[in-house]
Design a protein around this ligand. Structure first.
Ligand code: ZN
Length: 243
């Protein structure tokens, strides 16, 4: 089975549709690593589209924030404003969908979490040391995470647990090599690695072949919708800079 691995759509329908068009018929199933909503202008449209696909989806911190499950006083003011707007905009049916999302999933040789296997909703794996501490918190060879909005592979190099960060090589299929890895496909709807293009990945779970991808999308169209809804300017401009 080939899997379309996506994360952090963040209510950006244009980016989501562009990823689906780019990946065409190269997958049979979708693994979505959470944060379907939050920040962007299309929360219902993104949940509705996801629901039409054969998929499993995990809960992210922004999904929980929209449900009122989190204390959002730790969010910055722009993020808070986006959370309030998202909560008011989501239909009861789509809130119920988000409500039912699990925080982790184990399927074959893959563990899935939004943030990390240790703290599935919260923890950011932003450096090899944090990744190294997480390998004892899952049993499969591979773990897929999102949350940081940065595509990367953390690889355990030896028995001592030394871990290295491997930068993604886009549009190049790699065979996962048996070393334990924590892999981030990047963010569909709000990349934060100084590259504004939508990020996703294709994984063949039979052959363990994995491919990071980027695809440009119509950012201006998304920004226009955000302005229409009077969303914070900082959230609007960050899309074109990829941070
Ligand atoms: Zn996110």
């Amino acid at each position: 089975m080939r899997v379309l691995v996506i994360s952090d759509i963040h209510a950006n329908l244009t980016a989501f549709e562009t990823v689906l068009a780019d990946a065409r018929n190269e997958w049979e199933y979708v693994w979505c690593l959470g944060d379907v909503v939050g920040y962007g202008p299309d929360p219902n449209e993104c949940v509705d589209l996801l629901k039409t696909l054969p998929h499993l989806c995990l809960a992210g911190n922004h999904d929980w924030a929209a449900l009122g499950r989190l204390d959002i006083r730790t969010f910055n003011p722009d993020a808070r404003k986006a959370v309030d707007w998202t909560r008011d905009t989501l239909t009861a049916e789509n809130l119920a969908y988000l409500e039912a999302l699990p925080t982790t999933f184990v399927i074959g040789n893959y563990t899935l979490a939004h943030g990390s296997p240790r703290e599935p909703v919260w923890e950011y794996i932003l450096e090899p040391l944090i990744a190294a501490l997480n390998f004892s918190h899952f049993e499969t060879s591979y773990c897929l995470v999102g949350h940081t909005h940065q595509p990367i592979i953390y690889e355990q190099m030896d028995e001592q647990g030394d871990t290295e960060a491997v930068a993604p090589v886009y549009r190049q299929r790699i065979r996962l090599n048996g070393h334990r890895q924590i892999i981030n496909p990047g963010s569909v709807g709000q990349p934060r690695d100084a590259n504004p293009d939508a990020a996703y990945a294709i994984l063949d779970v039979e052959t363990n072949q994995f491919e990071h991808r980027r695809v440009p999308y119509n950012i201006k169209a998304v920004q226009a919708r955000m302005r229409k809804f009077d969303m914070p300017e900082r959230l609007i401009s960050r899309l074109e800079h990829g941070w």
